[in-house]
Design a protein around this ligand. Structure first.
Ligand SMILES: N[C@@H](CCC(=O)N[C@@H](CS)C(=O)NCC(=O)O)C(=O)O
Length: 233
């Protein structure tokens, strides 16, 4: 196997973005997979952010999902012909700032969702915290704005391509829909996003790297790879 490794937690949507891009690029890597978070000192041995994903490739040692994905697209090409094909860069030359704005907005959506999730497991829900309530209030506005950036039903954020923006939105929405964190996305109001999500969920790289149901008490998954196993089972 290549001298390549990814540290990730099973349920991390940011890690899932990188796993899906690695799959699209058909790159082998050592899976340093964790189900729960280790101590800060253990994590700090891999990254000062204490976060996943963290990635090693030869001499490169990177964290931050967006940066890892830009590195991968800059260094590798997708060998298989997929429909639509993987975009070659985060941003198209003619739409550089627009594509980055879409990517940054999706990243904010993901940060708000994972913050709500982390706080919920710690016992603080949207109803207990003005800050979390604002995080949750972002979703309809962000989804409404993102819906308007999709040219037509079936299109992704970069016409004719599978973009990193598509993958990231698919991963974050998948996270929100697979956690009991009290968020109803009301996707019926955003038909182009719903259509995009359905198309992504049928794609091989998404199927190969599923987002699994998780809530406190889940300590692993059954042999089928997706049925949660609880601490007291
Ligand atoms: N900005 C970071 C965010 C990464 C992030 O929030 N990671 C979360 C998981 S989704 C994390 O590592 N939390 C601690 C843990 O899960 O161990 C990125 O894009 O990679």
């Amino acid at each position: 196997m290549a001298n390549r490794a990814l540290l990730f937690t099973t349920g991390s949507p940011f890690s899932r973005i990188v796993r899906i891009v690695l799959d699209e690029l058909c790159l082998d890597y050592e899976r340093r997979e964790e189900i729960t978070t280790p101590s800060a000192a253990t994590r700090a041995a891999s990254t000062p952010t204490l976060q996943v994903p963290t990635f090693w490739d030869g001499d490169a040692h990177l964290w931050e999902s967006g940066l890892i994905v830009e590195y991968l697209l800059a260094n590798y090409a997708a060998p298989r012909q997929a429909d639509p094909p993987l975009a070659k860069s985060l941003a198209r030359n003619d739409f550089a700032w627009h594509d980055r704005l879409v990517a940054a907005s999706i990243h904010t959506l993901g940060t708000s969702a994972t913050t709500i999730g982390q706080m919920k497991w710690g016992g603080t829900s949207i109803d207990d915290s003005d800050y979390l309530a604002v995080c949750a209030q972002q979703f309809p506005y962000l989804l409404g704005w993102l819906e308007n950036q999709l040219a037509e039903p079936g299109a992704g954020f970069q016409a004719g391509l599978l973009s990193v923006q598509d993958i990231a939105l698919g991963c974050h929405l998948g996270y929100i829909m697979n956690r009991p964190i009290g968020i109803d996305l009301k996707l019926a109001q955003f038909p182009k996003i719903q259509y995009l999500l359905d198309r992504l969920n049928d794609r091989e790289s998404f199927i190969n790297n599923p987002i699994l149901w998780w809530q406190p008490g889940v300590v692993g998954y059954a042999q089928d790879g997706r049925t949660p196993v609880y601490k007291d089972d």
